[in-house]
Design a protein around this ligand. Structure first.
Ligand code: SAH
Length: 252
């Protein structure tokens, strides 16, 4: 059996209890070495074989899983954050399906949730933004034309950009071309929930310079939108005058 496990954003106690159990029982662990906190590997049992996928191709990863499966062993494939976000798990799952190797997926705390916690923000504020766009600037991996940042920017909803911290100039140009005002607030969170976490508050206008000054060009999220500002409406859910399925409002 192969378990794809979300390791969480960085802090070792932000893995789920289920993910932790899988780790403790694994005979083989293949972890994404570029971003997974290696402190998590302390939970591996004695004799567990550990591989760093940063040095491996897809074929090599699958070969390790296949060999473990043939011996009836349990494999954990440890991905950073939640595996469903830029995790490259689909290609692995498809190869396992072809080989009729059973697998399951254990979710994790994505870094965009870790970053919101660090910034102490809410991505969805009444009358400000009720949507979160998760995307990336185009780099070596292409982005479909319809999803260019410039086009997504037209919504002016909250945006969380992964894999884009080396592309700050391009991010700025596309967001401005898409119609975001230059003074729209932006936060950058480097290594959210790690000890070396850094946060930076800026605007679209000054994003590239401020990131350069702070020396942030990888392992960061760029968060854009007015949810970073001070204006919003309170929720209806906790409004004293509002009746919900659980509570009668004052005005009814
Ligand atoms: N599956 C992961 C994302 C993997 S893609 C998740 O759910 O978080 C790798 C990118 O994620 C990095 O380039 C960076 O943009 C972002 N990232 C991952 N961990 C991060 C962290 N702790 N803080 C900030 N950004 C992070």
């Amino acid at each position: 059996m192969v378990y794809f496990v979300g390791a969480g954003p960085g802090a070792e106690d932000l893995i789920t209890i289920r993910g932790q159990r899988y780790l403790e029982n694994a005979d083989v662990i293949i972890y994404a070495g570029s971003l997974v906190n290696t402190a998590l590997l302390k939970s591996a049992k004695e004799g567990c074989k550990i591989y760093n996928s940063a040095y491996m191709t897809l074929e090599e990863v699958i070969a390790v899983m296949e060999e473990a499966e043939a011996k009836g062993l349990s494999t954990v494939r440890l991905h950073t954050g939640d595996p469903s976000i830029y995790g490259a798990i689909r290609e692995q799952m498809d190869e396992l399906r072809k080989r009729e190797i059973a697998f399951s997926v254990c979710p994790g705390v994505s870094s965009f949730c870790g970053a919101a916690a660090s910034l102490q923000i809410e991505y969805t504020l009444p009358d400000v933004s009720q949507s979160v766009i998760i995307s990336r600037a185009e780099g070596r991996t292409s982005v479909p034309e319809k999803e260019r940042l410039q086009k997504l920017a037209m919504h002016q909803s909250t945006m969380v950009l992964f894999l884009s911290s080396g592309l700050a100039k391009k991010v700025k140009e596309e967001l401005l071309a898409g119609g975001y005002p230059a003074d729209t607030p932006v936060a950058v969170v480097y290594k959210a929930t790690w000890e070396e976490e850094k946060t930076l508050y800026t605007t679209i206008e000054t994003l590239p310079e401020d990131m350069e000054t702070a020396g942030i060009d990888k392992t960061a999220l760029i968060i854009v939108g007015n949810v970073l500002g001070g204006e919003y409406q309170k929720s209806k859910l906790y409004d004293a005058s509002f009746t919900t399925g659980f509570r009668k409002g004052l005005s009814d």
